[in-house]
Ligand binder design. Structure first.
Ligand code: SF4
Length: 503
């Protein structure tokens, strides 16, 4: 009988001596430990920097076809997941290690959460290419098994200040390229919020190592549940934490007087964009709800082999970029992508819809967000054409796993009860004021009414906005909620028996 890797089991290579009490099975799924979900087990494959070559892609496709549900799922950390897994042989894991998709030391694989802007190295506006920093950190993690004592959710993000910003993503430690008053380019340190510390690129790894050291000194490494990195920073206070970090470093940390500059994302992770390299462009492809069939993924790999540089880039918005396409081939590539039913437009309603796993795959879910999102995408796509991108976020509970940024419209799962009957519904939030989800405008809307209501809201926005440049968020933020309710006037759309329970 062949050896197999089952839920929550770990194979330790014989050359590594690991104190089991220090390596409690992480709560996050990985390659060496699957976590159960309603649709089977989940395997998560870390892709540092989000860049995957086509050889690695083939290994992922084989894994999904042979042991999963024949789809590949993109995560909001620009990693990949295989779902519906029952049991996989250890040879499958070995082949992932052989192509560089899994750490040789299993215990540290789950902390290889290293994010970079998906346009790092090719972005026309970036101040620095952060990919060497990603590789340097990944190499460091892979050769330091003691880092297994970090929280399983530990993550680092590098933002080179290009057109595609990732500094808003919820990584523990973030660096954003800035030009300081002396004209030099530095990396600004963010620990949740921005600090005023700026460092040179070559100081990046020592600073991360010092930040980790302080964390490990502050937590009880023998407990199974490790606090999140930022929780420890918050409990100690950022300045005190940084004082301890300083004492671990052989150089002084420079402080800057310039304000942290919030950049707006320009949706350049979708569609065709010129690279900083002459005559080369990249193309960003929308992946409906982050789920792509193995056959479509294989086709994208073939396109990258023929027209690109044999790599794909994953984004935290759950879509895929093909870089390094010669400009003369870009429309050929566009039509090949269209031929497999995928599209690239940032303003298509479907491109802006994101949903968490929902109650079909997650025990915390109370609504089937994926099904709702699919219905909503089809409904909107056939009825409205948007000229500006619009982010619609469906989340089955307030944990908001699928998307941490600000949305135009958020639908938060709810259970509606009336006369002894229960149905799934959503509370609808708009804009970006007051809460992370924006302001609540409707409560307990039955699922059956959601598509018509969202369509009406978008139609009124397109009809009443000041000009074609006014975004949805700017439009709704101008008005008080009662005024918006009057403008949207959705009452006649509510037909289900649950309609009275709305506000
Ligand atoms: S947001 Fe809630 S329901 Fe959705 S996947 Fe996360 S924990 Fe599960």
């Amino acid at each position: 009988m062949s050896a197999s890797i089952k839920t929550s089991s770990v194979n330790f290579p014989p050359e590594i001596s690991v104190n089991q009490s220090l390596f409690d099975t992480p709560k996050c799924p990985g390659i060496f430990y699957q976590t159960p979900a309603r649709d089977g087990n989940i395997i998560r494959v870390r892709i540092p920097g989000g860049i995957i070559n086509t050889l690695q892609l083939s290994a992922i496709i084989d894994l999904a076809k042979n042991f999963g549900d024949a789809n590949v799922y993109l995560t909001n950390r620009a990693n990949l997941q295989i779902r519906g897994v029952r049991e996989i042989p250890s040879t499958a894991v070995t082949s992932l290690q052989q192509v560089g998709l899994a750490a040789v030391i299993p215990e540290i694989d789950h902390i290889r959460n290293i994010m970079a802007s998906p346009t790092a190295g090719i972005d026309v506006e970036e101040l620095i290419n952060t990919l060497p920093l990603v590789r340097e950190l990944d190499n460091y993690i892979c050769s330091h098994p003691e880092l297994q004592r970090l929280s399983a959710k530990f993550s680092v993000g590098f933002d080179g200040s290009g057109t595609v910003a990732i500094y808003q993503q919820p990584n523990d430690i973030k660096f954003v390229a800035v030009r300081d008053l002396d004209g030099e380019i530095y990396l600004r340190l963010l620990l949740g919020n921005s600090t005023n510390i700026v460092i040179h690129q070559q100081q990046c790894l020592p600073v991360i190592v010092a930040l980790i050291k302080v964390y490990l000194m502050q937590v009880n490494i023998h407990t199974s549940s490790k606090p999140r990195f930022l929780e420890v920073v918050k409990n100690l206070g950022t300045e005190k934490y940084l004082e301890l970090v300083k004492s671990e470093l052989p150089f002084v940390l420079k402080r800057t007087n310039i304000q942290f500059d919030e950049r707006e994302n320009k949706h350049h992770h979708l569609d065709i964009h010129q690279q900083k390299q002459l005559n080369l462009s990249y193309i960003g492809i929308a992946i409906n709800l982050g789920k792509i069939s193995t056959s479509n993924l294989q086709k994208l790999g073939e396109i990258a082999d023929v027209y690109g540089n044999k790599t794909l880039r994953l984004t935290p918005w759950q879509n895929i970029l093909i870089p390094d396409i010669e400009n003369q081939n870009i429309f050929k590539v566009k039509s090949e992508i269209a031929n497999i039913g995928l599209q690239i437009s940032a303003s298509s309603p479907q491109s802006g819809i994101v949903a968490c796993t929902g109650n079909q795959g997650c025990k915390a879910g109370i609504t089937d967000t994926k099904a709702m999102a699919t219905i909503l995408a089809e409904y909107l796509t056939s009825r409205i054409s948007l000229d500006l991108p619009c982010k619609i976020h469906l989340t089955s509970c307030s944990k908001s796993c699928a998307y941490h940024g600000k949305s135009d419209i958020t639908l938060l799962g709810a259970t509606i009860e009336k006369n002894g009957l229960r149905t799934e519904g959503y509370n609808l939030y708009i804009g970006d004021l007051e809460t992370n989800f924006g302001r609540e405008i409707y409560r307990n809307l039955p699922s059956t009414e959601i598509s018509a209501v969202v369509l009406k809201i978008l139609q009124i926005y397109q009809e009443k906005r000041q000009d074609l440049q006014e975004t949805f968020v700017n439009f709704v933020n101008h008005y008080e909620i009662p005024t918006l309710q009057k403008l949207f006037n959705i009452d006649h759309l509510l037909t289900s028996i649950f309609k009275e329970v709305k506000d």
